[in-house]
Design a binder for this molecule. Structure first.
Ligand SMILES: [Zn+2]
Length: 104
């Protein structure tokens, strides 16, 4: 979810720079309103996830990229690092290559 970053102001500027017809303006308003709703829901999910992670414990820092990670025990009994975004950090670490090389 952290990856859902919607720069609404920028989006509005881009859209209004390209559309001048008033009919289109109305459509854009509706689409824009929907986008705002999605961004608000994403924010709410982010907040819920942050609360959940606090229950799990203090974050560790990824040795490869420095991101905050929480170790969660999966159903298979193995611990896996998860980020604030709720993603498995083995998959989304920007320095994953380095990490794997270091481990091998
Ligand atoms: Zn990392």
């Amino acid at each position: 979810m952290a990856n859902v970053t919607v720069d609404l102001k920028h989006l509005e500027e881009v859209v209004s720079a390209h559309i001048e017809d008033s009919e289109h303006d109305r459509g854009i308003d509706i689409a824009f309103g929907a986008l705002v709703g999605i961004a608000e829901q994403a924010d709410a999910l982010q907040t819920n996830l942050a609360h959940l992670l606090k229950q799990i414990g203090e974050p560790a820092l990824c040795k490869a990229c420095g991101a905050e990670i929480w170790f969660v025990v999966n159903r298979n009994g193995k611990r896996a690092p998860y980020t604030k975004a709720g993603l498995n950090h083995f998959a989304d670490c920007p320095a994953a290559e380095k990490f794997r090389k270091g481990k091998a």
